[in-house]
Design a protein around this ligand. Structure first.
Ligand SMILES: [Zn+2]
Length: 102
């Protein structure tokens, strides 16, 4: 894949901010493994994008032998491939909590 040379925008609705995060889940059919991208998000839309991605993942039907993990938040960096993306578990955990910590 060629390096992206144009700005990557948030995919949330009409938002035109630059995307800072990729929301993606690890998918595998037992042979191939890849990162399935659900959304690209700016920091402002992150909560909404993450929740929506989790909803999409939950609704996804898998073929026998396929596995799909829950979506995770990855920090986007220019020129980095999926395998090199930095996961931001610290950003996921507050969003996964049943009641937000005030
Ligand atoms: Zn946004």
């Amino acid at each position: 894949m060629p390096m992206l040379s144009y700005p990557i925008r948030c995919t949330n609705g009409a938002c035109t901010d630059l995307a800072q995060y990729k929301i993606a889940a690890r998918w595998s059919d037992g042979v191939t493994r890849e990162l399935k991208t659900y959304a690209l998000s700016c920091s402002r839309c992150l909560t909404e994008s993450f929740q929506r991605s989790r909803g999409k993942q939950a609704a996804c039907r898998l073929a026998p032998g396929e596995t799909l993990e829950s979506p995770s938040i990855y920090e986007m960096s220019r020129g980095r491939r999926d395998a090199q993306l930095v996961r931001r578990e610290d950003l996921e955990l507050p969003l996964l909590a049943p009641t937000p910590i005030a």
